[in-house]
Design a protein around this ligand. Structure first.
Ligand code: DGL
Length: 258
């Protein structure tokens, strides 16, 4: 079984890609909706939440942990991943690999405020592409819009335009928060065909599949369990709306404080 986590619905964009490559593996997805959005929280709070999410999945007995939250990975770059039995596939590392593969050099990164402030994207990208120019921009309005189910129409279109206004003269834009691919139509409309949009989830899923193969993690029955510590009914109907192809068992977990 593979374990994924995010602050909320965004991680479903990673889950979907993992499922495409590993349809027979069981997936356990934890959405920390009691604490969403992560983006405006302090590093100390985010570190505590990341440690809790990772420990919960590790204790649930997953064979690998696949973070579906950039903000948590940004904290891990600064403070390290906690020690776990299950190996962790870092999402920002996957994003940097995707940038390297694109061959592009003028890179914009759109992320949560906490991720953009941490500078984690710049660090990871420059490790792989030393001559890249990296501009990181925080977009506090976007993840809350997705959590509110506002994916279509003028409101998200305007919010995306506002968030992207600081990204000029770039060859590629990394969607550095897993909520953002759910708004991809607005990004495509804003940037047009000459800016390459990078969703790190594709590389995250392929690295997960490589890890599964190299460790010989055995397949299960292709079951998907989605757990929230937020509003269970809303979570279930959002999963239905966002991932109609997914048959998932949904359950509630009592939140920790934080
Ligand atoms: N989806 C998360 C990320 O990738 C966090 C969004 C939020 O809760 O602010 O960073």
């Amino acid at each position: 079984m593979l374990g994924l986590f995010d602050s909320g619905l965004g991680g479903l964009t990673v889950l979907r890609r993992v499922r495409e490559l590993l349809p027979k593996h069981d997936l356990l997805y934890f959405a920390d909706q009691a604490h969403v959005p992560y983006g405006e929280r302090t590093p100390a709070q985010l570190l505590a939440l990341m440690r809790h999410n990772v420990a919960w999945l590790d204790q649930a007995g997953v064979d690998a942990i696949v973070p579906a939250c950039n903000t948590s990975c940004a904290m891990a770059l600064e403070f390290g991943w906690p020690a776990t039995r299950a190996p962790v596939v870092d999402l920002i590392e996957s994003a940097a690999i995707a940038v390297e593969r694109s061959g592009l050099l003028r890179i914009g990164v759109l992320a949560t405020t906490a991720t953009a402030r941490s500078g984690a994207y710049r660090r990871r990208i420059l490790e792989r592409v030393p001559f890249a120019q990296v501009v990181e921009v925080g977009a506090p309005a976007l993840a809350p819009l997705v959590e509110a189910g506002k994916l279509h129409g003028a409101e998200p279109a305007q919010a995306v335009a506002q968030a992207c206004a600081g990204l000029r003269d770039v060859d590629a834009v990394v969607l550095g928060c897993t909520h953002y691919p759910l708004l991809s139509a607005h990004f495509e409309a804003y940037f047009g065909p000459y800016v390459h949009l990078i969703d790190p989830a594709a590389v995250q899923a392929s690295r997960t599949a490589e890890l599964v193969a190299s460790l010989g993690i055995s397949a299960g029955e292709g079951r998907v369990q989605c757990v929230t510590n937020g509003d269970l009914e809303r979570f279930a109907s959002n999963i239905e709306a966002l991932a109609a192809d997914l048959t998932a068992a949904v359950r509630y977990l009592e939140p920790v404080s934080g």
